[in-house]
Design a protein around this ligand. Structure first.
Ligand code: NDP
Length: 506
């Protein structure tokens, strides 16, 4: 444990007052006068009350972001100044990383070690993009005329950032850092149920002295605030992370204003284990792939594709170890899995478990909400593994976004590839094999944007993150993620200034 229990109160200093949104450089309550209660998913206790923004609040934030960018000079702000602001935010966040980690655990349910990793990631994202702020570069072209042709990169303008609840700080932070580095102004909308760490990040941002309107935080529902950001013609770009169904809605709405849009969506990622894999490593990573963050990871290895000859040895060991996972409130020492994020989401996951049973899959372990003792107050679900699945089952095709693993088996490399690519998603995937050539051959056949050989999950802020197929459009992170916030302008300079002679008459 990082903080003493008594410090929980200090982490939640503002739990008794309604927390505000940040619009045009000021902390404000929504004119709706509505509030929403934020709950700790490990015990159902109230941990905060926040104002609930509306379309009108979103419009105000968009207007202020637009004014700041187009009228008040942010469009021509200096990259070095923006880099400095990002560095200062990163330093402040690092100083307070334990407090942020604790808050994330209390709001989202993830274990403290995972929250701490998230905050460290966020610090690194700010530093990475601070470095990149001064690096966008254009090109010059040798064209067949007396023209100097060149391309310059410019900030895309006002960016609406919409993020989910599974990594409340990191998902928003990576987009904020890249957009600010590129010189955009932003309006951020967190998931309604996990706004606390982002509100606190904006407290740090507020201390930095950004000109009003550059950075805005609007709380409220996706249906109202999120939808307004997407449909409003004064937003130049939407950067979205969330479910595929929501992404489809967003794309349709964004089409009305030909808005630039990048989408980081869901997944049903295959973790392929060949019989020649390192056995211990493969079992270990199969667990980590699906049960980290309670399975609420877009890139989770939610389908284990096992070479048939390995099944009898692999599955009992996997199940034995899944049953050993230590479940409890994320802030307790040694806890390896926390609760699901909310009661509603827990019910969705439990419903999928019922679907799996009804479809005829064999429940190998788990399958239940934990109702005994104190854990019964929270939204804890046992690590769950299904065997005997078929490719058409819903638990194989649909993203469950919880601690539920579906095992599929294959006999040949070709079959493994077909099964791996056999869903609508294409976010991530892994291959475990000690045959290097085979592992690379298979990885190259996966239609997925994030892949691993003999490991699962490690990704880095330096590398692009995003999916093929219905897992998204565009990329977050790395230089690719930076590009998402830049426009490309062609400039042609006449080197021989005289009439063109296109029309003869003078
Ligand atoms: P949702 O799609 O339900 O919500 C994501 C965000 O969109 C929330 O802020 C939500 O607001 C908002 N939203 C909902 N409806 C609309 C709308 N009509 N217009 C605009 N905004 C809207 O996803 P979840 O929060 O349930 O997150 C889980 C999903 O996110 C999973 O599918 C997961 O795979 C995906 N994800 C993808 C990642 C990636 O990098 N590819 C990473 C992390 C998660 P509100 O909270 O108010 O509903």
């Amino acid at each position: 444990m990082i903080l003493e229990t008594a410090d929980i109160k200090s982490v939640l200093t503002s739990s008794n007052t309604t927390q505000k949104m940040y619009i045009n450089g000021e902390w404000v309550l929504s004119e709706s006068n509505q509030t929403s209660k934020i709950v700790n998913p490990a015990n159902g206790e109230l941990i905060g009350t926040v104002t609930v923004g509306t379309e009108e609040d979103a419009k105000k934030a968009i207007e202020s972001a637009r004014k700041a960018f187009y009228e008040n000079g942010w469009m021509n702000s200096r990259a070095r100044d923006r880099a400095e602001l990002l560095l200062q935010i990163s330093n402040k966040l690092e100083e307070r990383k334990e407090e942020f980690a604790y808050l994330e655990t209390l709001n989202n349910g993830k274990t403290l070690r995972e929250s701490l990793g998230d905050v460290e990631d966020a610090v690194n994202q700010l530093r990475y993009y601070a470095g990149l702020a001064t690096k966008p570069h254009g090109q010059t072209y040798d064209v067949p005329d007396d023209i100097q042709a060149m391309v310059v990169r410019e900030a895309i303008g006002v960016v609406g950032i919409i993020v989910p609840w599974n990594y409340p700080l990191v998902m928003a932070n990576q987009k904020i850092a890249a957009a600010i580095a590129a010189g955009c102004s932003i309006v951020v909308k967190p998931a309604e149920i996990t706004p606390l760490s982002l509100i606190r990040l904006f407290e740090i941002i507020d201390e930095m002295g950004f000109p009003p309107g550059i950075v805005n935080l609007v709380l409220g529902s996706g249906r109202k605030v999120g939808a307004e950001l997407v449909s409003n013609p004064n937003v130049d770009k939407i950067s979205f992370t969330g479910g595929t169904d929501t992404g489809i809605k967003l794309m349709k709405s964004a089409a009305d204003t030909v808005k630039k849009i990048s989408l980081e969506l869901g997944g049903k990622s295959p973790n392929i284990v060949f019989a020649d894999a390192d056995f211990d490593a493969a079992v270990d990573y199969a667990l980590y792939a699906i049960f980290a963050n309670q399975g609420q990871v877009c890139s989770a290895g939610s389908r284990l594709l096992l070479e048939e000859s390995l099944y009898e040895k692999f599955v009992p060991e996997l199940v034995r170890r899944a049953k050993m996972i230590k479940i409890g409130p994320g802030w307790n020492d040694g806890i390896e899995m926390g609760p699901l994020v909310s009661e509603a989401h827990m019910n969705t996951v439990l419903n999928y478990i019922e679907i799996g049973k009804n479809e005829g899959a064999t429940l190998l372990c788990g399958g239940n909400r934990i109702i005994e003792g104190d854990l019964g107050k929270g939204y804890f679900v046992e690590p769950t593994i299904f065997g005997d699945t078929t490719p058409d089952m819903r638990i194989v095709q649909e993203e469950i976004f919880g601690p539920v693993l579906a095992i599929q088996t294959f006999k040949t490399e070709k079959e493994a590839i077909e099964l791996a690519n056999g869903t609508a998603f294409g976010l991530a995937g892994a291959v475990f094999s000690q045959d290097g050539a085979k592992a690379q051959r298979v990885i190259r056949q996966l239609r997925a944007g994030i892949t691993w050989i003999n490991t699962y999950h490690p990704t880095f802020n330096e590398a692009p993150w995003g999916g093929y197929k219905q897992s998204g459009i565009g990329r977050d992170l790395g230089t690719y993620g930076f590009e998402e916030y830049l426009e490309t302008k062609q400039i042609n300079i006449n080197l021989k200034v005289e009439p063109s002679g296109f029309f003869e008459g003078k």
